[in-house]
Design a protein around this ligand. Structure first.
Ligand code: ADP
Length: 381
């Protein structure tokens, strides 16, 4: 409904209620005049007049106060309709009572004015309640539509970003390979023609190109998390972890890492992606183990509707200020000289876990190592 119509109907609704109030005051005055001049005791006239004027004043005051309530003006007419409806219902009841054979009102005008005035106030109360409920429903509906619109926009922009990252990293692969190939050729064929500095510069350039290659590979994988997994299968995380450890066996042997684990649950997911999560977390636990040989324990516990899987290490830990940003793309806390890496591993884990309907987080202190945990929706086995 347009704002202009809303204003007009709002004015009409308030006017209906105020007019009813004014009408009762006028009727009460007329009735009091007739009764007082007809010889009825003043106290009787006063009380009955007050019982009619009172609701009239309440209706006028209510109409005046309506804008202060949490009601959209489009629903003011609903309040007027409730007041009129209450008068009609009361009139019907009074008429039925009046025309019954056994008994009837001694003074029908007085009863009619008094009871319908009181019932119109009840109508005002119910009307305000109803109009507020409708306003709230309208607001919820508006918010839902806004949320759906925002969600569609977000999905669209996410899709575009994914396409961009995927295309950019994919298209970068070929020229990158070319750079590495020709630099390696220079290194091999013209090594004798280069002096010490020249050989060092070529080695730096090859190292830079290799790094760029790793980063674009990671970015490509990151941007394809959703596109690469259409449907989920029931997977046993015990098997997934075993596969991940098998892929890491050289690093585990070389570092002398002790990896232990409890029984892990069945979940619905993409086996390859979940293996990647375990692989990245265990690999990090080995990389950031500190001076002692790595110790790693993998466990799972139920939390409501989810399983929480944790990879615990006793390594160098992570400062609390850095615990959020390490899940962002290319965020690293150490230089390449200290520890090799691209800074995409945890971002990839986060994306995979979120794609599976879960969350990932870390609890850590630099003294006691880190526990990376991720949740996955539980399934009925
Ligand atoms: P990468 O390991 O390639 O640098 P990640 O995204 O896997 O990238 O990790 C981001 C950063 O988080 C790392 O550079 C490291 O500083 C920190 N980090 C990750 N895992 C651990 C861990 N188990 N213990 C301490 N720090 C860690």
């Amino acid at each position: 409904m347009s704002p202009a119509r809303g204003t007009v109907s709002g004015t009409t609704g308030r006017r209906t209620v105020a007019t009813l109030g004014a009408a009762y005051i006028v009727f009460a005055g007329g009735w009091a005049y007739v009764r007082a001049t007809g010889g009825e005791p003043s106290l009787n006239v006063l009380i009955v007049t007050a019982l009619i004027v009172g609701p009239g004043v309440i209706l006028i005051y209510g109409a005046h106060r309506l804008p202060a309530y949490d009601i959209t003006p489009n629903y003011y007419p609903v309040i007027g309709q409730w007041c009129l409806g209450a008068i009609v219902v009361m009139t019907a009841i009074l008429s039925l009572y009046h025309f019954q054979p056994a008994d009837s009102f001694r003074n029908p005008h007085r009863s009619f004015l008094m009871f319908t005035a009181l019932s119109s106030v009840a109508g005002l109360g119910v009307g305000i309640y109803d109009a507020r409920a409708r306003t709230r429903a309208l607001e919820v509906d508006r918010r839902n539509r806004e949320l759906r619109r925002m969600q569609a926009l977000l999905e669209e922009s996410n899709d575009r970003l994914e396409q961009f990252a995927s295309a950019a990293s994919h298209d970068l692969q070929e020229p990158l390979r070319m750079i590495t190939r020709y630099l390696t050729l220079v290194e091999h064929r013209y090594a004798d023609a280069l002096d010490e500095d020249g050989r060092e510069f070529v080695a730096f350039a090859i190292d830079g190109a290799d790094r760029l290659q790793e980063m674009t590979d990671g970015l490509l994988e990151y941007s394809r998390v959703e596109a690469d997994s259409d449907s989920f299968d029931r997977v046993d995380l015990d098997d997934v972890l075993t596969d991940a450890l098998a892929n890491l066996h050289v690093r585990i042997d070389e570092s002398g890492a002790a990896v232990t684990w409890d029984s892990l649950p069945l979940v619905d997911g993409d086996r390859r992606q979940l293996r990647q999560v375990f692989q990245n977390l265990v690999s990090n636990a080995i990389t950031y183990c500190g001076d002692e040989p790595p110790r790693i324990h993998v466990s799972a516990h139920r939390r409501g509707q989810d399983w929480v899987v944790s990879v615990r290490d006793w390594g160098i830990g992570i400062d609390s200020d850095d615990q959020d940003r390490i899940f962002d793309v290319f965020q690293r806390l150490h230089s390449r000289e200290e520890h090799p890496g691209t800074g995409i591993g945890l971002a990839l884990c986060k994306r995979i876990v979120e794609h599976h309907g879960g969350q990932i987080w870390v609890e850590s202190d630099p003294e006691g190592g880190s526990t990376f945990s991720f949740s996955l929706p539980a399934v009925e086995s």
